[in-house]
Design a protein around this ligand. Structure first.
Ligand code: DHB
Length: 389
């Protein structure tokens, strides 16, 4: 098989890249280890920045998003006995939209299918070769067990932090921060008990009330690393959420409901540089991981791809390498901004072992909630900096 751009990974980054390349007249083939059903059901965050929404709309992917996405003006920040609303629209003129990554992936999958995009699912033993040459290629075993080779002008790794692409870059610089806590996340068939997301600091640990629709709530609890979901029967989860989210305070109540999904998510910050080696480019989780607080992961992957698609089009169609040569440095500016913001939100809100930290966190929360300057900083980062930052 031969194509212009071989894309490894059919998550949102890979699918959106193929969509943008197609619009620019560049051909691609995607290979993916999982099945389409698995990729589309994989539960991830559900908050889209303004730039992500604008891009999806601009490239013809905004129809269901406009109908089903829920535009939020801001978030609530809270700690015991206090809840404050930050209004991003007032602060920075930008909003966010609640629309699950699962839905973005389904919309992309349908659009790619309608366009006749070649996507090879359920491959194994994927490997990337000859990225230092002008003729890189990808090998894999297809679902029938046949060895395959995909020749390309460029290979793009959209295959996450465990995929083969990241590991194919020789001697990269890497940075990592691990955290001593994880999130226990649930999906519940119950109307959200709040109109906008609540980020709650609490002496027992962080809690977040998010949502997926008018009928489905998504909530998270800070738990120690190594927590087994079996230790958390439904009643224990709802009791902890009620305590940490302030059930009963100022007349606010948390309505529990049937839990349909429960899982423990580890938290990690990771950046690998450069995001390009020869004819291999990395995008999304293949190059960087953020902890979930602030919901930057998907938005950052979209920002990478928004930069990479025109760069590859210029390289392959017009033989102009300038944007492709600048891709890694340009993308990393935003990557480090989001890495800092995600770390900042995480460390401001999670219980640590040191009581000194708790006092600093409370002081910082009070400052963010009461100072327009501080609130604007949070809003600018949360609602998302414009592409090109
Ligand atoms: C969600 C996840 C986040 O990390 C966050 O900050 C906000 C929302 C979510 O899954 O809905």
């Amino acid at each position: 098989m031969r194509t212009q751009v071989a894309i490894v990974g059919a998550g949102p980054a890979g699918l959106l890249l193929s969509h943008l390349l197609d619009r620019a007249g560049v051909e691609s083939v995607i290979v993916e280890t999982r099945s389409r059903e698995y990729v589309e059901a994989r539960i991830r965050a559900g908050i889209l920045e303004q730039s992500t929404v604008d891009l999806l709309r601009e490239v013809g992917l905004g129809e269901r998003l406009a109908r089903e996405g829920d535009v939020h003006r801001g978030i609530y920040l809270q700690w015991p006995r206090e809840r404050h609303h930050l209004d991003f629209v007032d602060l920075v003129g930008r909003s966010v939209t609640v629309y699950g990554q699962t839905e973005v992936t389904k919309d992309l999958g349908r659009a790619r299918e309608a366009a006749g995009q070649e996507i090879v699912y359920e491959v194994t033993e994927t490997a990337v070769h000859d990225i230092d040459s002008e003729r890189p290629y990808v090998t894999f075993t297809d679902a029938d067990g046949a060895a395959q080779r995909l020749d390309a002008d460029v290979v793009v790794g959209c295959d996450g932090s465990f995929g083969p692409s990241r590991a194919a870059v020789p001697d990269p610089a890497t940075w990592e921060r691990t955290y001593s806590y994880s999130w226990l996340g649930i999906l519940a068939d119950v109307a959200p008990s709040t109109d906008e997301l609540i980020y709650a600091w609490h002496p027992d640990g962080f809690a977040l009330h998010s949502m997926r629709s008018a009928k489905v709530s998504r909530l998270y609890l800070q738990v120690p690393n190594g927590t087994d979901v079996a230790e958390w029967p439904d009643d224990r989860i709802w009791d902890a959420l009620a305590a940490r989210l302030g059930h009963g305070q100022d007349g606010w109540t948390l309505t529990p409901g049937p839990i349909t999904e429960k899982s423990v998510l580890p938290m990690r910050s990771f950046v690998q540089q450069p995001m390009r080696h020869g004819r291999l480019f990395l995008a999304g989780d293949a190059a960087h991981i953020v902890p979930p607080t602030g919901a930057k992961g998907l938005n950052l992957a979209v920002a990478d791809v928004a930069l990479l698609a025109p760069a590859l089009a210029a390289l392959l169609r017009d033989k102009d390498p300038a944007l492709a040569d600048a891709y890694s440095d340009t993308a990393l500016r935003r990557v480090w901004r989001c890495t800092h913001f995600s770390w900042w939100m995480t460390t401001m809100l999670h219980k640590s072992d040191d009581p000194f930290d708790a006092q600093l966190q409370l002081s910082q929360l009070r400052w963010v909630a009461s100072s327009t300057a501080a609130a604007t900083g949070l809003a600018e980062n949360y609602a998302g900096l414009p592409f090109g930052y």
